[in-house]
Write a protein that binds this ligand. Structure first.
Ligand SMILES: Nc1ncnc2c1ncn2[C@@H]1O[C@H](COP(=O)(O)OP(=O)(O)O)[C@@H](O)[C@H]1O
Ligand SMILES: [Mg+2]
Length: 212
């Protein structure tokens, strides 16, 4: 007997859109309803590559822009075997940021095309569903001050938002835009419904290859 694979569910959005809050609530709700689920986040700062990224984000080290882009991608690739194994075991993965953030952030820097940025992530496991938590920059600013990490500035986040909008025009990815300006519970209800539908659908579909 073959068991049904888990679904690969990604939450994306600019800083403070509520991704981490919603990923945690979603995993808990799925587990409580008897659906095996685990949370992952990118960058995963616990690996060797993750340590390099973390030090860069905390401004403790400087890295050349292409180099750091490739490290973020490598950090996703190094976790692919573990992701595939879990999905095959029937565990759904709820992922806090993925390749879309990688591309949106680097392509917000001067001199980086969207196409160049997508290159290293071509062929990653393709999410069954990508929910984009949409929150306009003014509302995000209302959720408190930005921290001190690299990229945490209003101007940069606005450019990131416009890169996400370009990525969402790609119909090969199953995008779902979620209005993240509502209260936490209303956003959660919406996200859970889309996720349960995706989990129920993956039975018929093999895991795809991103941007291929
Ligand atoms: N729907 C919401 N309404 C108001 N505040 C929220 C909402 N969702 C999250 N927050 C708050 O906004 C901040 C950022 O949320 P977080 O989940 O860390 O966002 P992200 O992971 O996208 O950066 C946190 O203080 C969180 O409690
Ligand atoms: Mg977060």
């Amino acid at each position: 007997m073959t068991c049904r694979r888990g679904a690969l569910i990604v939450l994306e959005g600019v800083d403070k859109a509520g991704k981490t809050t919603q990923c945690k609530k979603l995993v808990q709700a799925l587990q409580e309803s008897g659906r095996p689920a685990e949370m992952m986040r990118f960058p995963d700062r616990t690996t060797k590559i993750g340590h390099l990224i973390s030090s860069y984000l905390e401004r403790k080290s400087n890295l050349e822009d292409h180099t750091v882009h490739l490290l973020f991608s490598a950090n996703r690739w190094e976790l692919v075997p573990e992701m595939k194994e879990k999905l095959e075991q029937g565990i759904s993965l709820v992922v806090d940021r993925y390749a879309f953030s990688g591309v949106a952030f680097t392509s917000a820097k001067p001199g980086f095309s969207l196409d160049w940025c997508k290159g290293p992530d071509v062929g990653l496991p393709k999410p069954d569903l990508v929910m984009f938590l949409k929150l306009n920059p003014a509302e995000a600013e209302g959720r408190g001050e930005f921290g001190t990490e690299r990229y945490e500035t209003t101007v940069f986040q606005r450019t990131v938002q416009s890169r996400f909008e370009q990525l969402m025009k790609d119909p090969s990815v199953n995008w779902q835009v979620i209005d993240a300006a509502r209260c936490i519970d209303d956003v959660h209800t919406d996200i859970k419904e889309h996720t349960v539908n995706a989990i129920n659908k993956v039975e018929e579909q093999p895991l795809g290859d991103l941007w291929k």
